[in-house]
Design a protein around this ligand. Structure first.
Ligand code: ATP
Ligand code: MG
Length: 413
């Protein structure tokens, strides 16, 4: 047998539905897989019959590689495969059938129906796909005592006939789904220290966006602020990204100094949010982002009533995307756990949002917000805040690089 390496079979999600652009999506997925598996003993990654086959030189790394692939957007499922070397069709299929039975017994769970799905990459193989499925299906059905069902089976055993071997596998692990990284463009995500906004950023990452994170902190300068928790959230998001993530740290003080004499308590929260989205917009432009993302969920808190969400940016030029708008807290929390952010998100943190007055207007009027904005010189606050913002680059290991010096830090010595 010439086919010795261990193989992970990966299936992609929506890419299969793409028309002419499919090769572009496939290339991005392949790049993301390569980058996730950097440093692992990967011999080759080949595209065969709508699957990616990752051949490993060292089978003992299969689980570690599977773990890494589970964070690659664009993969629907993946599975380690058993490779049966080819000799003659009768003997091969009997052995592939034995392996299929073994896997089916191990993985069938509480399924009530099954199917054998066969694809031949080697079309010269003397037995056709249907006949292979029929033969192996008979053996599997007898072993697990379930009826075969061709449409919507609960459980599938896959058989892939290659020139050198026959692969047998079940879809053992769910992938992250969505679209491959970099297939949708850049987006600016307003990241608080809470549960919602990391989920919102992750959802857009799952749609192929590269996020640029922006956090407004309570200090006068980055050096003064206690931002460890937010950096940790950025690190967690970076574990889902093939590249390190940019995180802008913006001081709130320019807003507070100007709002103090002009903004009444009932408008403070919503004006602060205007400050955040307008600051986000400036940084988004700087980073070539096409929109803003927030973790707003309709009606979750008083500042997120429909009139308030609608009123916040009458003068905004970029679209504000709110991927959580229709989700309840329970569902958002489930996502947060799945992402791995929950334990960090629930740590105490004095977000500058929590320092705002607790009783905002429920029906903010856009004209009133514009009036307050010019009274307090909101644009001046945004200009000051972005001028003294600090840019970090955070990778999955938590290493961070400061890209720009914080001017307030340098000027104060
Ligand atoms: P989260 O759980 O993400 O903190 P939340 O339910 O607490 O959200 P708010 O605090 O009202 O909601 O904030 C709504 C959205 O505004 C957040 O999801 C986030 O996108 C943005 N936001 C809030 N605070 C900040 C901040 N300090 N810096 C940047 N963006 C923020
Ligand atoms: Mg919050």
């Amino acid at each position: 047998m010439t086919f010795t390496p261990s193989v992970l079979v990966c299936a992609y999600s929506e890419i299969a539905l793409k028309g002419k652009n499919r090769p572009v999506f496939q290339r991005r997925l392949l790049n993301a897989m390569r980058s996730a598996l950097a440093g692992e003993p990967v011999a080759t990654i080949n595209h065969v019959e709508s699957r990616y086959l990752v051949r490993l030189e060292d089978p003992s790394r299969a689980d570690a590689c599977a773990e890494k692939l589970s964070r690659v957007f664009g993969l629907r499922w993946f599975s380690p495969a058993i490779a049966v070397g080819r000799t003659d069709p009768g003997a091969d299929l009997a052995r592939a059938g034995d392996e299929a039975v073994r896997l089916a017994i191990r993985d069938v769970g509480d399924a009530a129906s099954f199917k054998v799905d066969t694809r031949r990459s080697d079309r010269s193989y003397p037995v056709d796909s249907q006949e292979i499925s029929r033969r192996i299906g008979t053996a599997v059905g007898a072993a697990i005592g379930l009826p075969a069902r061709m449409t919507n089976p609960d459980f599938t055993v896959h058989v892939l006939v290659l020139r050198e071997a026959i692969l047998v596998f079940t879809a053992r692990r769910d992938g992250a789904g969505g679209l491959p990284p970099s297939s949708s463009g850049r987006i600016c995500c307003l990241l608080s220290g809470g549960i919602d906004s990391p989920v919102a950023a992750w959802m857009l990452m799952r749609r192929g966006c590269r996020p640029v994170l922006v956090h407004v902190h309570g200090g006068r300068s980055f050096a003064e602020a206690d931002t460890g928790k937010v950096v940790e959230l950025a690190r967690i998001l970076a574990t889902w990204s093939p590249v390190p993530l940019t995180l802008w740290m913006v001081p709130v003080v320019p807003y507070e100094e100007r709002a103090m004499d002009h903004v009444d308590d009932s408008h403070d929260m919503i004006m602060f949010r205007r400050f955040m989205v307008k600051t986000g917009q400036v940084l988004a432009r700087r980073e070539s982002c096409m929109g803003l993302v927030t973790g707003d969920s309709l009606g979750q808190v008083a500042s997120q009533t429909l009139p308030n969400l609608a009123a916040i940016g009458p003068d905004l030029e970029l679209p504000v995307l709110r991927p959580l708008v229709g989700l309840d807290k329970e569902t958002i929390t489930e996502y947060s756990r799945r992402i791995g952010a929950y334990e960090t998100s629930v740590q105490p943190y004095r977000d500058c949002c929590s320092l705002r007055s607790p009783h905002p207007v429920l029906h903010a009027r856009p004209d009133r917000l514009l009036e307050l904005s010019s009274l307090m010189d909101l644009d001046g606050a945004v200009a000051d805040a972005t001028a003294s913002a600090t840019k970090l680059v955070v990778d999955a290991d938590g290493l961070q690089k400061t890209m720009l010096p914080d001017p307030s830090r340098t000027s104060s010595g």
